[in-house]
Design a protein around this ligand. Structure first.
Ligand code: 13P
Length: 251
């Protein structure tokens, strides 16, 4: 039985005071314990989130990490630094980082390995462009991204992973994949994990869908067998919407 996960990805939104206001509001709402909730916030917001959410079940995640442990890497933040303050999840391979900051499959692999090594869980993002989907290359693209991201990740760590299928054409566009299309790709990712490891590992990995998920669409998505939750951008920025997503993910 996989516990559903609703992870907010705030991207480059929310000042520290906005993050504090968001969490104060969130703490007034009783969230279900059948769904795990996480907020992946800008580095500068992490301390306030960790402090305010310490007695709640909401986990705190980061959106990026550098793969080296420490040293002369101006402007970067390492996995041991994030683990030390109590971060649980780190997003790796988001399409915005791949596109805007030139991150390669090899970088995503190194970052995911660093996150695992520090005892945290990567939320590894994969997904195709609109052109790749229209030329029916989407499954091949996503399978190859999964393979590359998981190179040298052992079976035990793999079972604990979170993978997010985020078709690039659905991110921030209001044009979500249908629940059937999302499920088909989440199933393809699970079969790739089974190929790389075994069925037991594949059955344990949580696979999320991301791309224009809203409170109105979450129940339909969660009714699908291979969708274990969602990675949510825009709709995670409003407390009421985030809480509604968590409630809507109860299976
Ligand atoms: O990129 C996303 C989450 O990582 C999805 O963003 P939106 O939910 O705003 O489409």
């Amino acid at each position: 039985m996989r516990t559903p996960l609703i992870a907010g990805n705030w991207k480059m939104n929310m000042t520290v005071s906005q993050a504090a206001d968001f969490t104060d509001e969130l703490l007034k709402i009783k969230l279900t314990d059948e769904v795990e909730a996480a907020l992946c916030a800008p580095f500068i917001d992490l301390a306030v989130l960790l402090e305010k959410l310490q007695d709640s079940s909401v986990a705190v995640g980061a959106q990026n990490v550098y793969f080296e442990q420490a040293g002369a890497y101006t402007g970067e933040v390492s996995a041991p630094m994030l683990a030390d303050i109590g971060i649980k999840y780190v997003i790796t391979g988001h399409s915005e980082r791949r596109e805007l900051f030139g991150e390669t499959d090899a970088d995503v692999n190194k970052k995911s390995l660093a996150v695992i090594e520090s005892g945290m869980t990567p939320i590894v993002c994969v997904g195709e462009t609109a052109d790749e989907r229209s030329s029916k290359m989407h499954e091949q693209k996503v399978r190859s991204q999964v393979q590359a991201a998981l190179e040298n990740v052992g079976a035990e760590a793999a079972a604990d992973l979170v993978i997010a299928y985020e078709p690039i054409w659905a991110i921030g566009t209001g044009q979500s994949a249908t629940s059937d299309d999302a499920n088909e790709m989440c199933a393809a990712i699970r079969s790739e994990i089974e190929k790389l490891y075994d069925k037991n590992t594949a059955d344990k990995v949580r696979i999320l869908y991301g791309g224009s998920v809203k409170p109105a669409t979450i129940e339909d998505l969660m009714s699908k067998n291979d969708v274990d939750g969602a990675l949510v951008g825009g709709a995670s920025l409003k407390t009421a919407d985030f809480a509604a997503l968590v409630e809507g993910a109860v299976q």
